[in-house]
Design a protein. Structure first.
Length: 132
């Protein structure tokens, strides 16, 4: 509970989903992203007495015209990747600190992707396929 409060997260499920208990947790750091949660009772999942929920998420998208973008496309040779060294490096990452210092979902995602890109760049051979 402390993590949820300190991270500025909002719990969106405010109704019982099994008997009198709220078992489902839907957290987000943006109160505008979820405007409703709908429970679905029929049909149940398998023989469960637990109701399912549907969560429509409001996401803004932007169309990107590829003809206007010039970028370097990197192709990785995963057959030559050193997976053991990748695992060793990933095992040495202080994940708790990494995520504690990046409190929003977007910051956490960017931090995770930064670590993964660094590991991939070091331990996976890349071929530069520049798109002209």
């Amino acid at each position: 509970m402390t993590f949820v409060v300190e991270s500025g997260l909002t719990q969106f499920v405010d109704f019982p989903t099994r008997g009198c208990n709220i078992l489902d947790i839907v957290l987000a750091d943006d109160k505008q992203i979820i405007n409703q949660i709908v429970f679905v009772w029929d049909p149940p999942i398998g023989n469960s007495d637990h109701m399912a929920i549907k969560i429509p998420i409001a996401v803004q998208t932007t169309a990107i015209t590829t003809s206007c973008i010039t970028e370097n496309i990197i192709k990785y040779n995963w057959y030559k990747a050193d997976f053991e060294l990748m695992q060793t490096l990933l095992d040495s990452v202080d994940w708790l600190s990494l995520f504690c210092f990046n409190p929003s979902a977007l910051c956490m995602w960017n931090a995770l992707m930064s670590v993964l890109r660094d590991v991939i760049d070091v331990y996976v051979c890349a071929i530069d396929c520049t798109d002209h």
